[in-house]
Ligand binder design. Structure first.
Ligand SMILES: C[S@@+](CC[C@H](N)C(=O)[O-])C[C@H]1O[C@@H](n2cnc3c(N)ncnc32)[C@H](O)[C@@H]1O
Length: 271
C-alpha cells in the first residue's frame, strides 16, 4: 500500500474516533440508578439541562474506546479500528471469501472505515453490511434471556441513531456508495434472511445476550474458514461474554480468543 493510502487510513481513524479533538467533547450522559438519582436527573432534563459525567484523560479513553463520544461517528477506539484493519488486510491478502458485516451500527463509523478499506484496496466484489434496528436496543426479555434482566439500554436515547443519520455520516466521508447495504430491524428478524452467501468478517456489537446470540447463531454458519469474528463487548458486558461463551460451547468452537483492548476480543475461524 502506498504511503498516501496509509496516511489517509491513519487520519480517517483519528477522525472517526474524534481523537484529534477529543478534549472538546463533553462527557457521556449520566445514567441514573436508583429513584432519587433518577428524579434529580429527570428534573434537570425537564428544565433542558443534561447531566453528564466528567471526562478526563481523553486521549487514552479514545484509544481504548471507553466512552460514548459526543461527536465521533464511532464509540470504538483506535485499537479496535486497528484490529478491523488487521483482519481486513489479512482477509484480502489470503483471499478469504465473503462480505463484511457490522451488527450494531450506532452512528456508522466502523462501516465507514470498512468501506474505506475496500476502496483503498481497490476491492469491488465485496459488500459492507450495516445491521441495526436504527432505533436503539431491544427491551430485555428476561424470561428467555435471564442474563439481560435489568439491562435497560433500550431507554437510552443516545444509543438510538436513525438510518438517515447513519447514511448522512457515510456521505460526509464520501463513502455512501453501492458497496454498502443497510439491514434495518431487530437482528432476530433480519439476520436469518440476510441475502449473503459468505461472510469474511462478522463484528458483533449488540451489547446484550440476546443480540450477541442472534448475531452468532445466524451469521457464524456463513463465516468462511480463515474469516474473523470480533466481539466488541466481551470484557465490558457480562451478558455479551456469556452469550459468546455459550455459543462457542454449543458449537464446540476451540479457535483461540485474542484480546484487542479492555473491552473487545476476536478470533479467526479455523474449523
Ligand atoms: C453500542 S452500539 C454499537 C456501537 C458501534 N458499533 C460503533 O462503532 O460505535 C449498539 C448498537 O446495536 C444496536 N442493537 C443492539 N441490539 C440490537 C438488536 N437486537 N437488533 C438490532 N439492533 C440492535 C443498537 O441499535 C445500537 O445501534
Amino acid at each position: 500500500m502506498t504511503d498516501t493510502k496509509r496516511l489517509y487510513l491513519e487520519l480517517l481513524k483519528k477522525s472517526l474516533t474524534n481523537f484529534l479533538y477529543a478534549e472538546y467533547e463533553k462527557g457521556p450522559p449520566f445514567i441514573p440508578k436508583g429513584i432519587i438519582k433518577k428524579l434529580i436527573t429527570n428534573f434537570f432534563a425537564s428544565k433542558g439541562f443534561s447531566v453528564v459525567y466528567n471526562k478526563k484523560d481523553y486521549k487514552r479513553i479514545r484509544i481504548n474506546g471507553q466512552d460514548w463520544p459526543e461527536f465521533a461517528p464511532t464509540m470504538v477506539g483506535l485499537k479496535r479500528l486497528d484490529n478491523i484493519q488487521y483482519c481486513i488486510e489479512d482477509i484480502l491478502k489470503n483471499d478469504i471469501k465473503g462480505d463484511f458485516i457490522e451488527a450494531g451500527v450506532w452512528r456508522g463509523g466502523v462501516g465507514i472505515f470498512m468501506n474505506a478499506l475496500l476502496k483503498v484496496n481497490d476491492v469491488t466484489d465485496r459488500l459492507v453490511w450495516m445491521a441495526d434496528s436504527f432505533e436503539g436496543l431491544p427491551t430485555p426479555d428476561g424470561k428467555e434471556y435471564p442474563e439481560d434482566t435489568g439491562l435497560d439500554l433500550h431507554t437510552i436515547k443516545f444509543l438510538s441513531v436513525s438510518i438517515e443519520q447513519v447514511k448522512e455520516n457515510f456521505k460526509k466521508y464520501d463513502l455512501l456508495n453501492n458497496k454498502v447495504r443497510f439491514l434495518k430491524g431487530w437482528f432476530k428478524d433480519t439476520l436469518p434472511k440476510i441475502p449473503v452467501k459468505k461472510l469474511a468478517l462478522v463484528r458483533c456489537d449488540g451489547d446484550m445476550y440476546e443480540s450477541t446470540m442472534d448475531i452468532l447463531v445466524n451469521l457464524y454458519p456463513k463465516l468462511s474458514l480463515g474469516g474473523y469474528v470480533i466481539v466488541d463487548d466481551y470484557w465490558s458486558m457480562t451478558a455479551c461474554r456469556r452469550a459468546t461463551r455459550d455459543f462457542r460451547k454449543q458449537k464446540n468452537i476451540k479457535d483461540k480468543i485474542m484480546r484487542i483492548d479492555e473491552s473487545s476480543v476476536f478470533w479467526q475461524r479455523l474449523a
